[in-house]
Design a protein around this ligand. Sequence first.
Ligand SMILES: Nc1ncnc2c1ncn2[C@@H]1O[C@H](COP(=O)(O)OP(=O)(O)O)[C@@H](O)[C@H]1O
Ligand SMILES: [Mg+2]
Length: 251
Amino acid sequence: MPTSLAEAPRPAPRLVIEGLSAGYGRDPIISGIDLAVGGGEVVSVIGANGAGKSTLLKAITGALPSMSGRVSLGDRDVTNLSGNRLARLGIGYVPQSRDVFDTLTVAENLEMGGYLLSTRERSRRAEEVLGIFPKLKEMLGRRAMKLSGGERKMVALARVLMLSPQVLVLDEPTAGLSPELSRSVLRDQVRALADGGVAILLVEQKAFEALEISDWAHVLVAGRTAIEGPGTVLATRSDIREVFLGAEVRA
Ligand SMILES: Nc1ncnc2c1ncn2[C@@H]1O[C@H](COP(=O)(O)OP(=O)(O)O)[C@@H](O)[C@H]1O
Ligand SMILES: [Mg+2]
């Protein structure tokens, strides 16, 4: 059993993971993962490179079949449904890589994100999403491959928001960004979306930046939750910094 640091009041869970195991061959890479994310919460999963963070998100979002365990959206069992089905049910997933269509423009990426909507709904929603990311308005005609890392991540997030997901699953939204830009993405976009009611499951290698905006966090070590607790509590424990986060620790 993982160690839990504190019992804080948490909202009713919207995305629930129970005993999830998955891998690429015979042996599981992640085992027995339990976690829950409620509306308005950011729950993060942090851990060293190779700990299994992306594997966990792939198993949740239908990109990789799970070996055992259960994924629920509210009362509904959504284990091993395809990404498409999950998108229809309100789970948006931004993978670590291949998160935008490179050869398409920003506007086309948003259109693709709204593929389930009617033409009219799609333009209405695109307006709303551009209200969240006003900077994208100036680059609608640019191809994604011409954008900076930060701009690309913004497009990736905007694309997934086109379907107004109730649950957002984000794999390293700050990868390749400077510490300053990372903080701003996490605070001004990720945290702000949760404050608007979305349930966010966030995977980050930038552990401390993630903990700062997290209601709850899991430290993944070799595919298992080693410890979990409120983000602010984990961030201030020096033993956790040293033992679990290793190279991720910043002075
Ligand atoms: N497509 C794959 N096929 C086989 N092994 C993989 C694949 N992707 C990841 N792995 C292995 O699974 C382990 C966990 O990887 P990953 O979930 O990507 O870790 P993280 O996201 O925490 O850096 C690593 O040992 C990695 O080599
Ligand atoms: Mg990863």
